[in-house]
Design a protein around this ligand. Structure first.
Ligand code: DGI
Ligand code: FE
Ligand code: FE
Length: 191
C-alpha cells in the first residue's frame, strides 16, 4: 500500500486534531529514519498508519486482539489506552491489506515499545513521543537526545512514560518495562 492510499484511509478514521498529529509523527519519523539509516518509505507508511485504530470501540478492539493468533492475549489486560496499537495492526492488515510484518510490528509496539526493538520500531515509537505538538514534561530533553542517540532517546521516553503511569497508579504493560531494561543494559554496556 502506498502513502497516499494510507493517508486517505486514515483521514476517514481520525478526528482532524489526531490526523494532524499523524502528519507530524510522519515528518518526525522521516527525519529520524534519515538520521539513523531506516527506510524512509517504511517509516512514512508506519507513521501514517500508527494510530489508525485510535477511535475504535475498546470492546471490539479487545475482541480482534483475542481473535488474532499472532497477538498475545495479555494486551487486553492493561487498560484501554494501549489497545489501539495491537488492534490497529489487525485492522490495517484486514481492512487496508497491508501485510508487511515490519510495518505491522511498528504499529503494534508504537505505544509500549518492547525489548529488542528494530530500528523502524524505535523510530516510530520515538517520533510519536517527540513530534512537535507534544507538550509532555521532559519532552525537550528527549528531543535533544534524539539528535545524538536513538537508544538513549527511546530510553528517556520510556522512563517518562513509566513515571507518568506510576504517578497515576496505572498498570504498566510488561513490554514497556522490558524495553526500558533492554535499553538501560545497552546504554550501560556502552559506557
Ligand atoms: O496514541 P497517542 O496518543 O499518539 O500515544 P500512545 O500510542 O503512546 O498512547 C499513549 C497512552 O498510552 C497514554 O495514555 C499512556 C498509555 N500507555 C503507554 N504505555 C503504557 C500505557 N498504558 C499502560 N497501561 N501501560 C503501558 O505500558
Ligand atoms: Fe498511539
Ligand atoms: Fe500517536
Amino acid at each position: 500500500m502506498n502513502e497516499q492510499d494510507a493517508l486517505k484511509a486514515v483521514e476517514k478514521e481520525l478526528r482532524p486534531s489526531r490526523y494532524a498529529h499523524t502528519l507530524r509523527v510522519r515528518d518526525s519519523a522521516v527525519t529520524l529514519a534519515e538520521k539513523y539509516g531506516v527506510s524512509r518509505e517504511d517509516a512514512r507508511l508506519a507513521a501514517v498508519l500508527h494510530d489508525y485504530a485510535k477511535y475504535r470501540p475498546a470492546d471490539r478492539m479487545k475482541q480482534v486482539i483475542l481473535e488474532a493468533d499472532w497477538l498475545d492475549d495479555e494486551w487486553t489486560k492493561y487498560g484501554e489506552p494501549i489497545l489501539h496499537a495491537p488492534a490497529g495492526a489487525v485492522y490495517v492488515k484486514n481492512e487496508l491489506g497491508c501485510t508487511d510484518p515490519d510495518i505491522l510490528d511498528a504499529i503494534v509496539y508504537h505505544t509500549t515499545g518492547k525489548a529488542g526493538m528494530t530500528l523502524l520500531e524505535k523510530v516510530i515509537f520515538l517520533a510519536d513521543y517527540i513530534e512537535p505538538g507534544r507538550t509532555t514534561p521532559g519532552v525537550d530533553s528527549v528531543r535533544e537526545e534524539a539528535e545524538h542517540s536513538l537508544d538513549r532517546a527511546c530510553f528517556l521516553a520510556l522512563s517518562g512514560t513509566i513515571q507518568f503511569l506510576v504517578r497515576r497508579r496505572q498498570l504498566i504493560f510488561p513490554d514497556t518495562i522490558h524495553a526500558y531494561n533492554d535499553l538501560a543494559g545497552k546504554i550501560m554496556r556502552k559506557n
